[in-house]
Design a protein around this ligand. Structure first.
Ligand code: GRF
Length: 193
């Protein structure tokens, strides 16, 4: 496919910890002719991640790393990524914070999706916070990863209206639907496609 479209797809690793619905949307996107990326490996810190099932379904390599020893896990991941010539990392519901040293090794090549309209509500429980503070909108953001949590340059955002009847769960569901659209769009955007 890459040859047919005249460019080589960028070898991408997706890091997950849980359900992997963003992973699924990225895999589907990667298979489109217009996509500049291929998903070559799925990595997780959690052997029970439901998202790891997509490795089997879509015949993609997967690897689980034990983060009990964080720096050792990062070292092993870096070796694997270099060995596989990975050029882009997409964090998709990955619940570990990567070290500055790790990020330096992939400077400008790590993306993350976050379920809030950054710079509002970095970290966890974003939907609870948006509802508690009576915000009119929540949403999601794709951004580059830098050394500070959820603080890298923003690539794109989608807004989602908050209703009076919303619970964090209801809101999360509607935001997640937008995330599945937003992440592929961010990738097209950074490659000027
Ligand atoms: C998403 O809301 C993502 O923004 C957040 O964690 C959730 C992961 O969902 N960081 P999934 O595993 O992609 O389904």
């Amino acid at each position: 496919m890459a040859q047919l479209t005249g460019f080589k797809k960028i070898k991408t690793a997706v890091f997950i910890s849980g359900t992997g619905s963003n992973l699924k949307s990225l895999i589907k996107f990667s298979k489109l002719k217009k996509s500049p990326i291929s998903i070559n490996i799925i990595m997780s810190n959690n052997s029970k991640s439901k998202g790891l099932e997509f490795a089997k379904i879509y015949k993609i390599k997967k690897k689980v790393f034990n983060f009990k020893n964080h720096s050792q896990a990062e070292r092993k991941i870096l070796i694997k990524l270099k060995k596989d010539n990975i050029n882009l990392i997409c964090l998709a519901g990955f619940m570990k914070i990567l070290s500055r040293n790790f990020i330096k090794n992939f400077n400008g090549k790590i993306l993350n999706i976050h379920p809030s309209l950054l710079p509002k509500y970095k970290g966890l429980n974003t939907h609870e916070k948006a509802i508690r503070f009576k915000d009119k909108y929540s949403g999601c953001t794709v951004h580059y990863v830098n050394g500070r949590l959820d603080s890298g340059k923003i690539i794109n955002q989608a807004k989602v209206k908050i209703y009076k009847t919303d619970t964090p769960k209801k809101l999360a569901k509607r935001v997640l639907a937008q995330e599945h659209r937003l992440y592929p769009e961010a990738i097209l955007k950074i490659f000027n496609l």
